[in-house]
Design a protein around this ligand. Structure first.
Ligand code: TUI
Length: 307
């Protein structure tokens, strides 16, 4: 299947892996790229030198294109923004903010910049400052989210910009892929289904929570301080939301989640850890390789779209 995104990025299938904090490290990114999609290394809150090492390790595992996600709320975003240029990364996605101040530097380096947006206004601004495409991410996604659903956001962004649009949020199989194409998207970004991939380094306990999750098992924390995060409900989310309702300060809430994503991913702490996952978790019921995931999505999507 060819779209402007497959052409732009030199990939076989229009599937991009989400740049998930702690989860999207070099093994997963390389596996997705080797399977014909675009793998991404998630910069998250990591220092520039850690991201540099991740990029170098990914290069050892694949000669296919891969990208880096720069998380703009990170205290190291500026450093990471420079490291990606120095390491010759070809594609950057950004999240949780506007990458305007880095655009000139990245474009001069010939990098294709694909900001993740949650509104039409930001999509238009990104097109004006030279983005090659945008990811329109609905609030079905795991992690930090905006207000609109994928079904409403994607067609509005498609109508508002001329650059290609990648749909994200609540897409985990060939039906979701086909639906996104119907909304005018030219690729999809998938996160949660890749969290449970064989090549993902995420703890077994975290993967099991996604596999066992039902449709209503995700919850959004952090609405009270403007940083809503979707994750699977557990003791931590219950305590967090209770404290939010009691009017706890941002600092107190932050303290509750300090290092919690790392604990979930690396140590399998599914009780007090942060289990970021999208609403699609209820539909994900097995572990498989990245190749099997991509093949399954494309086989179903091709059948549906040729009907
Ligand atoms: O960035 C994401 N997802 C993420 S980042 C992350 S790490 C984190 N952990 C806790 C708190 C905050 C971050 C986990 N998941 N997705 C892309 C995304 N970007 N979703 C929403 C946005 C967004 C929201 C508002 C982008 C821009 C924006 O406003 C910018 C502006 O200037 O208007």
């Amino acid at each position: 299947m060819k779209t402007r995104i497959t052409e732009l990025l030199g990939i076989e299938y229009p599937i991009i892996q989400g740049g998930m904090a702690w989860v999207a490290e070099h093994n997963l990114a390389a596996a997705v790229s080797n399977a014909g999609g675009l793998g991404l290394i998630g910069g998250a809150n990591a220092p520039g030198e850690v991201v540099r090492e991740e990029i170098r390790k990914a290069k050892e595992l694949t000669d296919k294109p891969f990208g880096v996600n720069v998380m703009l709320l990170s205290p190291h975003a500026e450093d990471v923004a420079k490291v990606v240029v120095e390491e010759g990364v070809k594609v950057i996605t950004t999240g949780a903010g506007s990458p305007e101040k880095y655009m000139d530097m990245w474009k001069e380096a010939g990098i294709r910049v694909i900001p993740v947006v949650a509104s039409v206004a930001l999509a238009k601004r990104m097109e004006r400052c030279g983005a090659a495409a945008v990811v329109a991410e609905g609030c079905e996604s795991g992690g930090h989210i905006g207000e609109l659903t994928t079904m409403t956001l994607v067609p509005q962004v498609v109508d508002a910009v001329d650059i290609p649009v990648i749909a994200a949020g609540g897409i985990g199989d060939g039906r979701g892929f086909a639906a996104a194409m119907m909304l005018g998207a030219e690729a999809v970004q998938i996160g949660t289904r890749f969290v449970v991939a064989d090549e993902s380094i995420v703890s077994d306990a975290y993967k099991d929570k996604i596999i066992k999750a039902k449709d209503i098992d995700s919850q959004v924390t952090g609405r009270s301080h403007g940083h809503p995060v979707r994750q699977i409900r557990n003791q931590m989310t219950r305590e967090y939301i209770k404290k939010e309702q009691e009017g706890a300060s941002f600092e107190e809430l932050e303290y509750l989640t300090l290092g919690a994503l790392r604990r979930a991913v690396m140590e399998g702490d599914v009780v007090n850890g942060t289990l970021m996952a999208g609403q699609i978790a209820g539909m994900i019921n097995k572990r498989e390789s990245c190749q099997a995931i991509i093949d399954d999505i494309m086989t179903t999507a091709n059948k549906l779209l040729s009907k």
